[in-house]
Design a protein. Structure first.
Length: 215
């Protein structure tokens, strides 16, 4: 069995922030190898194993030095840092999630989305402008992409084109066909046939009766 030594140290957040200017994920771990970790470990062990050896101000300087060495080693290992989202970014994520969940609702509108996520329609418009897509264009794009996934995965006997149109929130299959053709340059039927042909293996050609097999 292998043995592992662990140096467990609790550092108050306000002290840690003096040496790490950016956030690090909770509970991250790093391999304690290299001269930096060994140096910091020796300093801390000397301090805590013989607490009366140094005066208080000297202890503070040594601890600061050890933490500075550790913070440098942590930064050099490129610890993954979670990206902080602004309030508007979180709100936009709420909006997009609400649209995805209610995509099949033909009555989906900017008003219903704004009400659903607890914001005003004006603020919703601002968020979508930041996203770079107007509300109607965003919804139609999502509906057509989901419909394309259905067409590519469901065979004609499993879901008709009309059923798929209703599933993604279109009120009229004819309108769905027009919008789909505008977006994919082919009708839903042609798109499904092309996808089906791409995954269907060619038929095996059997030898004609009476044909002689050559050895």
């Amino acid at each position: 069995m292998s043995e592992h030594e662990v140096l467990h140290m609790i550092v108050p957040a306000h002290v840690f922030r003096r040496f790490m200017s950016h956030d690090v994920p909770t509970g991250f771990s790093l391999p304690a190898q290299g001269r930096a970790f060994a140096l910091a470990e020796r300093i801390l062990i000397d301090i805590f194993e013989d607490p009366g050896r140094f005066e208080e101000h000297a202890v503070q300087l040594l601890v600061d030095s050890a933490l500075s060495v550790l913070s440098t080693a942590i930064r050099q290992h490129d610890v993954a840092v979670p990206v902080r989202q602004t309030i508007s970014e979180r709100r936009l994520q709420d909006v997009l999630k609400f649209i995805d969940v209610h995509l099949s609702d033909p009555k989906l509108s900017s008003t219903s989305v704004a009400t659903g996520v607890g914001i005003s329609t004006r603020y919703l418009s601002f968020l979508l402008n930041q996203h770079g897509t107007p509300f109607s264009a965003l919804v139609w794009d999502k509906r057509l992409k989901v419909a394309a996934q259905w067409l590519a995965s469901a065979r004609p006997g499993e879901a008709s084109i009309s059923e798929i149109a209703y599933r993604v929130g279109f009120k009229c299959p004819a309108h769905f066909s027009r919008m789909f053709k505008r977006g994919f340059q082919m009708s839903p039927r042609q798109y499904r046939a092309a996808k089906l042909a791409a995954v269907t293996p060619p038929p095996v050609q059997m030898p004609e009766s009476g044909a002689q097999l050559q050895h």
